[in-house]
Design a protein around this ligand. Structure first.
Ligand SMILES: [Mn+2]
Length: 327
């Protein structure tokens, strides 16, 4: 990993006093772990730090050490010396946080999404990193900032959740070296895995039951797709945060190469999540056709249109991608 941006961010941190650590809405384990870890690191340097996420902290991640540091943005806008956005591919994905920044001198953008729009004054994108947590870890190490046990646990959760528990092809030797260092720094890997993967509310499993019952398969079972509807949320009491990684259960079917999840949102927007199990099919390329992005194995888009029309267009694009890959 390039040490220069990490040094430049180090210099910027030394020159400023008040910081906002910001991350994308609909937060996942990586962005939350990174935001809290970076917030703790800056606090450890004696900085004044706010850590904001548009959606606040999902209940599921309340186990993250010192998670209370992460707050919803307040009603009134605030001034900062510097804003650091992590794991956030577009400035728009900061959501409400954008409106609560009254002023800032510097905007740092550090991320591992290849589709990152490169907003900001200091941009550090590492598409080969399996998680933004790798960048935060690198930032701390290059600048000799302490990796405390709490920081290590937050970063470990980021690494683990963004790699599907170190299963995806994005998991590199470097990912595992960093994971090892985090365990040495005091992260409890088994306990964090239990909290991440063995601690779901029953309502989420009820939702999964409905999803599996409504699954569609096409292309001889190579493409699986499903909708999550408002009715399913009503029936199960599930919350939007409960849908994170539900698609993995569909991808786990042996014949499936690409899994697609559709969700109709407010304002005629359909949210699409895509997963690929084959290195020959990059779902970020499929998502990009609809203005979205992500990674080769996991991507998404928000598409304006009639649900049935959007579904047909996306499934058509997936079928084309399979055909081009001769699958
Ligand atoms: Mn990430």
């Amino acid at each position: 990993m390039n040490p220069d941006p990490a040094r430049q961010i180090g210099d910027l941190v030394r020159q400023h006093r008040t910081f906002l650590v910001a991350g994308h809405y609909r937060p996942d384990g990586d962005v939350l772990g990174c935001q809290i870890a970076l917030g703790l690191a800056l606090q450890g340097l004696g900085k004044t730090v706010e850590v904001w996420n548009s959606d606040g902290l999902p209940q599921k991640y309340s186990f993250l050490p010192q998670s209370k540091l992460l707050q919803k943005p307040p009603a009134a806008a605030r001034d900062f010396d510097a804003v650091i956005a992590v794991d956030t591919a577009t400035y728009e994905r900061l959501g409400v946080t954008r409106d609560r920044i009254a002023s800032r001198k510097a905007l740092v953008n550090m991320d591992h999404h290849a589709s990152n729009e490169r907003f900001g004054d200091l941009v550090w994108i590492e598409p080969r990193a399996a998680a933004s947590a790798e960048l935060v870890h690198h930032l701390l190490r290059v600048n000799n900032w302490p990796v405390t046990a709490d920081i290590a646990a937050n970063l470990y959760v980021g690494l683990s959740t963004d790699t599907g528990s170190f299963q995806y092809s994005s998991t590199s030797p470097q990912t595992l070296r960093i994971a090892a260092e985090l365990l040495e720094a005091g992260a409890d890997g088994a306990e964090l895995s239990r909290l991440c993967y063995q601690s779901f509310p029953l309502r989420r499993l009820r939702l999964l039951q409905l999803i599996l019952a409504s699954l569609s398969l096409r292309c001889e079972g190579r493409v699986a797709s499903f909708w999550i509807t408002d009715e399913m949320f009503r029936q199960t009491g599930a919350l939007p945060e409960d849908t994170e990684n539900l698609i993995d259960h569909v991808r786990a079917i042996d014949s499936v190469v690409v899994a697609a999840l559709f969700e109709a949102g407010p304002g005629g927007i359909v949210r699409v999540s895509l997963r690929s199990k084959s290195p020959k099919v990059s779902v970020d390329a499929v998502a990009a056709k609809f203005g979205g992005g992500g990674h080769a194995a996991a991507a998404g888009a928000r598409i304006q249109g009639e649900p049935a029309t959007v579904e047909a267009a996306v499934l058509g694009a997936i079928e084309n991608a399979l055909r081009e890959a001769r699958l």
